[in-house]
Unconditional design. Structure first.
Length: 459
């Protein structure tokens, strides 16, 4: 290969890496429609105008539905594995998309779009998408650098994983072990105190913990370090963690390992929530417009000062934004005290402020924050920078809550009141982030309504 060809190939590879997701989405759109076109040829031997026009009217929605399912189930992840797991992800993605397409065609009364075409194209989609992903992974693996692996702890599991990694030496490079116990192994790199220096020196991409030589605090610190530095972390679960069934256990080189929530999973969560948040906030604002206008008038007549209270808060990825609230306190409430956390019987609250805080009406302008993309309907409540600095210094892992957009309401707010401490709020926030799904958001929204109706909690 000439130097010019090498330069061209490197340029092409950089372009692909930078635009990988977009390229895959466009390729999937072609394959999705190709499967339907081939299905028409199989089913009818041609393109009956009445049926094909129904497809042309639906093809945009079919593409959106299927691509969304592919994204949700991780088919655009760089961590796909070439085995039954890849086939399973493809099967679930295509099947979910097919069910939704059938639902849309039924609701839209697109009966001219034959159900037989949908079902045959379901099979073709599985075949086409699976083999396309298989080829893509093969090509990516040839151009990817080896994954540098570090094992923390030394026992029989460490030896077995080491042997399995050596069988896949084209993909993995085991740099060695870190352990406080075993120091005679040829790949021994030091004890736990050397961990961070080893991570930097050996440019580790993947850490596998096989023995609990780190305490809970040490594992938590390591998890946050890995997330901030793009290092993957996997842990061999003990029997207790398996039995309680709360761990995200995945198969890796024939071993069941705990895989803490990845950034890619959180990114997917933010992507899906953003779409839902926008739609929900538009509907709520439309319904509550008369109430918002009434509150604007009442606040203006109740006390001196602006209708809206604006304040800087910390949101997604630690970025500052301006939060909107209906003013429920006297104007310049912190003029003499400086930043102070609100309390349930705060004397700075106005007469009308007590009412709108009781029914959470003061939070309604944050729906505009949701529309702007600064907030979500459900999520950890946003804090002020002064308190974020204080809590980040005092509470381990506090910055983890900034992995998602802050919410108008959240898990911590529907289970307790104003007196819930920052550390306990963080526990609820982390539980929400790690356990998020559509149903959890729905449940929190329902519980928020209960809090408002029965006048308890602190949403």
């Amino acid at each position: 290969m000439s130097q010019q060809q090498k330069n061209w190939f490197e340029h092409l590879n950089r372009f692909y890496c930078k635009n990988r997701t977009i390229i895959l989405i466009l390729s999937d759109c072609i394959l999705i429609n190709l499967a339907i076109i081939v299905t028409f040829l199989i089913r009818f031997g041609g393109f009956p105008s009445h049926n094909f026009i129904a497809f042309q009217n639906m093809f945009f929605f079919i593409g959106i539905i299927r691509i969304s399912c592919f994204y949700y189930f991780g088919l655009y992840s760089r961590q796909l594995i070439m085995n039954l797991e890849l086939f399973y992800d493809t099967f679930i993605s295509v099947t979910s998309g097919t069910v939704l397409v059938l639902a849309v065609t039924f609701i839209n009364r697109s009966f001219a779009f034959p159900r037989s075409v949908t079902m045959i194209s379901w099979f073709l989609n599985i075949v086409l998408i699976f083999f396309f992903r298989y080829i893509i992974i093969r090509l990516e693996r040839k151009n990817l650098k080896k994954i540098n692996v570090l094992i923390i702890g030394y026992n029989s599991d460490s030896e077995n994983i080491s042997n399995e990694l050596q069988k896949q030496e084209e993909q993995f490079d085991l740099k060695g072990f870190i352990s406080n116990k075993e120091k005679s192994h040829e790949k021994y790199l030091g004890d736990i105190s050397c961990l961070k220096s080893v991570l930097k020196k050996e440019q580790i991409n993947l850490i596998i913990i096989t023995a609990r030589e780190l305490d809970n605090s040490g594992i938590l610190n390591l998890l946050f370090y890995c997330e901030n530095n793009g290092i993957e972390l996997k842990i061999i679960p003990n029997l207790y963690e398996i039995l309680i069934g709360k761990s995200n256990i995945v198969s890796f080189v024939s071993y069941p390992l705990i895989e803490p929530t990845k950034k890619s999973d959180v990114n997917r969560m933010n992507y899906i929530k953003r779409i839902l948040d926008f739609l929900i906030s538009v509907v709520i604002l439309f319904v509550l417009t008369p109430l918002l206008l009434i509150l604007v008038i009442l606040i203006k007549f109740d006390s001196k000062g602006p209708v809206l209270f604006l304040q800087r808060r910390i949101g997604l990825d630690g970025a500052e934004f301006v939060i909107f609230k209906f003013r429920s306190m006297v104007n310049d409430a912190e003029k003499h005290t400086g930043p102070v956390m609100a309390s349930e019987n705060d004397k700075r609250i106005t007469r009308l402020g007590k009412f709108i805080r009781k029914y959470r009406f003061d939070e309604l302008p944050q729906l505009f924050n949701v529309l702007m993309g600064d907030m979500s309907i459900v999520g950890p409540r946003p804090e002020r920078n002064e308190f974020v600095k204080e809590f980040s210094a005092e509470i381990e892992g506090y910055t983890r809550r900034f992995a998602v957009r802050p919410g108008i309401t959240g898990l911590a707010q529907v289970v307790s009141g104003y007196d819930l401490g920052a550390e306990n709020k963080l526990r609820y926030d982390l539980a929400y982030i790690n356990g998020w799904d559509f149903f959890l958001d729905f449940k929190i929204m329902i519980e928020t309504l209960k809090v408002i109706i029965f006048k308890k909690g602190a949403c």
